[in-house]
Design a protein around this ligand. Sequence first.
Ligand code: ATP
Ligand code: MG
Length: 517
Amino acid sequence: MKHLTEEDLAGLFDTPIFRAIGEVADQLGLHCYAVGGYVRDLFLDRPSKDIDCVVVDPRCSTSADSQLSTPTEGPGIRVAKALGKRLGKGAHVSVFRNFGTAQVKWKDQEVEFVGARRESYSRDSRKPIVEDGSLEDDMDRRDFTINALAYCLTSEGLVDGKRLIDRFGGLWDMEDGLIATPLDPDITFSDDPLRMLRCIRFATQLRFQIEDETQEALNRNAERIKIISQERIIDELNKIMLAQHPSIGFDYLQRSGILQIIMPELSALDIVEERNGRAHKNNFYHTLEVLENVASPLAPLRGEGSKESLPPRGEVEGGLWLRWAALLHDIGKPRSKRWEEKVGWTFHNHNYIGQKMVAPIFRRMKLPLDERLTYVEKLVGLHMRPIAIADDVVTDSAVRRLLFEAGEDIDDLMLLCEADITSKNMQKKQRFLDNFQLVREKLADLQARDNYRTWQNPITGEEIMETFGLKPCRQIGILKQVVKDAIWDSVIPNDHDAARQFMLQKAAEMGLKKVDS
Ligand code: ATP
Ligand code: MG
């Protein structure tokens, strides 16, 4: 955390936009404060563009006077409009009269204005009853102490002569790296259970600890998450997913009991069963290790070959979908788990079972059902293949088939598979990594030789039909398949002449006769 003096802060707020806000609010006789994440992030030295401002009308700011405020045009809207005028053409003002808020966009900055408010909640909704309130009321409704900081931008409105208002010791908590609620955490979480996810999300993004009482309240209120819409849940989950260390968040989600409710399939991996002295690994914590491995910018497990390869497709959206594939790669394990006397615990076909589970999870969690789903399904389904190949003699044909099935996602699949080797047995780990290197070399070699990513059979169905005067029938598929196998197994080269020759020979064996052309 950065230690900022009064002067430091005055300097940071001495910018054209903040000066303009202060001046127009002064002219209107209102008090205006920068609040929340923007102020927090100055101390944490995190970049933040969006500015939130709370505006108080000193003539009617006490709770008792709230009825006196003008219902039509709140103070936030009045400041936003005046600011728009002051900034002139380049500024764009949007007013949301129903919410009493307004937004001003200017250059690359977005400032949101709202009147100070007081909130009260009913049990079955996270939508509060909102009334005008004082700055104190407004700070009381904030989710965490570190988010309840305010900085006064106007000449009036200071509290105890200070511009920085830290009602709940947010600076101390930042210093200690703690997430804590300003008021009773049971009330804060029960009022708006989305705050539980925000709590875990901030702990993950900032690498802060959740303060003990706040953690206990998370456990007690986990069930309340059910009243939150799936869209909001996934929004927070994706923020956790994109953090530098996403496993922190999933560990908190599991320990608080929230994961059990929002993603029971993943939560179910958190078990170790033992029989006859043989235990299988905890697949939940293994999954979190794999997730960390794919999220690591250093990717210590990446093979040498990956340096030259294209940026993996997982990098799109910050690697979000590769991370989802890592999170779900073993999701089929509980359903495939068997005890076999001779070998112990087995998880046969867990990749295929897992692949089938991805779409229902995406649908339920309101994740996208487009090519991003297909990508995750594909990676989950194929994640055992490179390991199977690396465990055996690495043949050209096995690598070709892999390349054909993975297509343009081959690099991401290799990343996922390397990340999946979390064995603590260094010898075993090294053997796999060495073999993976061999698979990578073969892949690079084959890609250059044949371009199998976009492989197409040199013999088409039309050619077969024309050659033998056939209508669409089973024999066409059989002939195409034998040609494909012959090429992939290196029986014949990957070109049309050789393929046609081979096809004619096989067709003759099947009793097909050429028609005269
Ligand atoms: P970030 O923008 O990085 O997600 P932030 O703290 O700015 O973090 P926003 O969602 O932009 O989060 O909200 C701005 C401020 O509004 C927060 O700092 C907090 O004071 C308050 N806030 C937002 N959501 C809630 C909530 N559900 N309950 C209470 N206060 C909230
Ligand atoms: Mg924000």
